[in-house]
Every structure is written in structure tokens, then in C-alpha cells.
Unconditional design. Sequence first.
Length: 302
Amino acid sequence: MAAPVHRTLFALWSLFWLLMLLVSIARHLAWAPLVAVTFIVSVYAMRHGVYALAGESYEHSGWAYLFFYESLKLMLFASLWLSIIFGLESFGRWQHERERLLALERHLAETQLAQLRAQLQPHFLFNALNTISAVMQVDVARADALLAQLADLLRASLSASARQTTSLREELELLRRYAQIMQERFAERVTVSWDVAPDVGDAEVPAMLLQPLLENAFKHGVEQSLGPVAISIRAQRGPESLRVMVRNSGSTLAAGGSDGIGLANCRERIALLYGDRARLEVLQEGDGVVATLVQPWRSVMV
């Protein structure tokens, strides 16, 4: 949404300065006859005076022709001069306004990203606590161990969510912690495998972006399936891109289904950060569903 607002404001600013240019030209044109007469009479009076002092006689065309020719020449020079002055002033103001609008756009995008991150935290916490609550009914000791794991996970997630982006290495560490908690609940029903290329750890990714994808794999794959479910996380580097895939077996995409909170959140965040250079696809693949994130390759700033 920030980009259309920026373009609208910039268009309004351009229209305003066009109107200002027309008003400036009209104001100068109103004084043009008086300035032209004064200038022409003064210039030719000085010429006659200089020639008279030298004992010569200055000859020129008729006054009607002089006034027409000199007025036209004066208007051309004046228009050129005013255009240069107005152009320089407009360029300076345009630069200033452009920087101000870009700063406003960045601030709006940062505010939206902060809201989206804040939306994920209670959603993620609710699901993790719900998992612990289910375990507590049958095994208090396991629930206590899960609470300790959740505390570690929350500390790590709070540190990560304080930044807009993080390294893929840190993001995958969060996923592993979350997967450990969920595997405790579904120990006999799920296996989680990791296929992470060795050269992608320093990739820059939006903080807490991949967690909803893994959460959906457990929610729609494991919770709704009676049989064993396999979840795989894969990360690869392309020539100029990073590709991360989260796949689960045992689920089917609903026809015409809409994104939930987690997926909608992810799509909004990558749109704000990368525009159309990134995409998130969720597709049916065989007996399961695969979520694929493709984004521009960037290394984390050291």
C-alpha cells in the first residue's frame, strides 16, 4: 500500500509545481510590456548618447520594428533565464520532497512489519501452549520439560523478532526448537528431516517468517492425519535467490481455500520487504502440501 500512496503524493506534488510555474509565467507576463518599453528605451538612449559623445550619429530601424524585434528577443532571453532558475529551484524542492516521501514510505513499511511481527507472536505462543496443555493431561514430567524448551524458544524468538531480518542459520535454529516441542506431542506420528545446503546459513531472511510454514505443516498435516506424517525442510541457494521449502505428507489443499493468518502474514511481509522479487507458493504435491519461499539472495551484514 505504501507504494501507491507514494506515487499519488508525488503526482500531486508535480501538479502543484506545474501550476506554480504557470502562475509565475503569468505574473512576469503582466509586467512584460512595461519592462520591455523601459529596457528598449534605456538601451537605445545609451547607444545614442555613446555615439554622440564620439561625434558620431547612431542609425537604427524604425521604432515600431525595434520594439517588436527587441521585445521578442527580450522575451526569449527572459523565458530562458526564468526557466533555468525555476528548473534549479524545482529540482532542489523535488529532491527534498522525494526524500521526505521515501522516508514516510519506509516508516509506514516498518510500522506495518512491526504490526505483522506482533501478530505472529501471540498466535505462535497460543499454539505452543496448547501443545503443552495437551501433553500435561497425560505426562506432567514431559509437560514440564516442554515448558523449559518453550522458555528457550521464546527467548530466542524475542531476540529474533526485535530485528526485521535475521540469518537463515538463526531462523532454522528457531524452527528446530519449535519442531522439538511439536515432536514431543506427536512422537509416534511424525518425522522431521532437514536438508539444508552448507552455503545458505548466512542468507538474510525476514525474522520469524518460516515458523508459520512449519506450524501449518503440523496443524494441517499431523493433527488432521491418523497415519504417520513426514515433514521435510529444505533450503537451497540459486544464482541470485534463496529457496526454502517446507513439505508435509498427509494433507490436501482445500479447493478455493484462503490463506490463514500465518500465510497471509508471510505474504504481506515479503511484499513489503522485496516487492514482486519474492513469492510464497503453497501447492499440492503428491500426498502432501509444499510451501515454497523464493526471495532475493542477500547475505547478513556482519
